[in-house]
Design a protein around this ligand. Structure first.
Ligand SMILES: C[S@@+](CC[C@H](N)C(=O)[O-])C[C@H]1O[C@@H](n2cnc3c(N)ncnc32)[C@H](O)[C@@H]1O
Length: 154
């Protein structure tokens, strides 16, 4: 009888430790998941002209862009791509300490966990892989992640 109880206890301990190992193997949080993006082009600024220089391998994706008036340009706050600035969750809007703290998701701050920025730009011309726009609030040589047609309402 004692041997049977001992065996049962050992089996229960084993089962418990196995279930614990499975729990440990599960991702502890969604932050373990990573997604990959790469620049599709670069913001260029020279002599008062602003262009989006799209990498040649993505030029075909520009078909029809010349018919659009406005686009969303998604870009990366690459100058802030370091663990310290990516861990900032609250800011004083416009960097002014007089403004009460806000969560970065309530702002357009250039520091945030994922350094995604977006700007609505007006198209002036499309020539080959070069899209000339009126203006963008990204620094010269900022990486571009994506371009989307602007549609009012969504
Ligand atoms: C307030 S953010 C808004 C950006 C975008 N319109 C948005 O809403 O996501 C614009 C500021 O980001 C900064 N900035 C521009 N290019 C950047 C880059 N490549 N890396 C980090 N900061 C940048 C500049 O100070 C610029 O004035």
């Amino acid at each position: 009888m004692k041997a049977l109880s001992f065996t049962l206890v050992v089996m229960m301990v084993l089962a418990f430790s196995l279930s614990q190992q499975q729990l440990v193997a599960e991702p502890q949080s969604n932050t373990a998941i990573q997604y990959q993006v790469q620049p599709i082009g670069w913001v260029r600024k020279s002599n008062g002209t602003t262009t989006l220089e799209i990498n040649k391998e993505y030029q075909d994706a520009l078909l029809g862009v010349d018919e659009l008036k406005s686009i969303w340009v998604l870009w990366w706050f690459d100058r802030n791509d370091n663990p310290q600035q990516r861990s900032i969750l609250q800011v004083h809007p416009f960097g002014d300490p007089v403004n009460p703290l806000k969560g970065v998701f309530a702002t357009r701050a250039p520091v945030r966990p994922n350094l995604i920025a977006l700007t609505r730009c007006n198209i002036l011309s499309v020539k080959g892989n070069i899209v000339e726009i009126d203006h963008i609030d990204a620094f010269a040589d900022t990486p571009i992640l994506d371009i989307k047609r602007y549609v009012s309402g969504y």
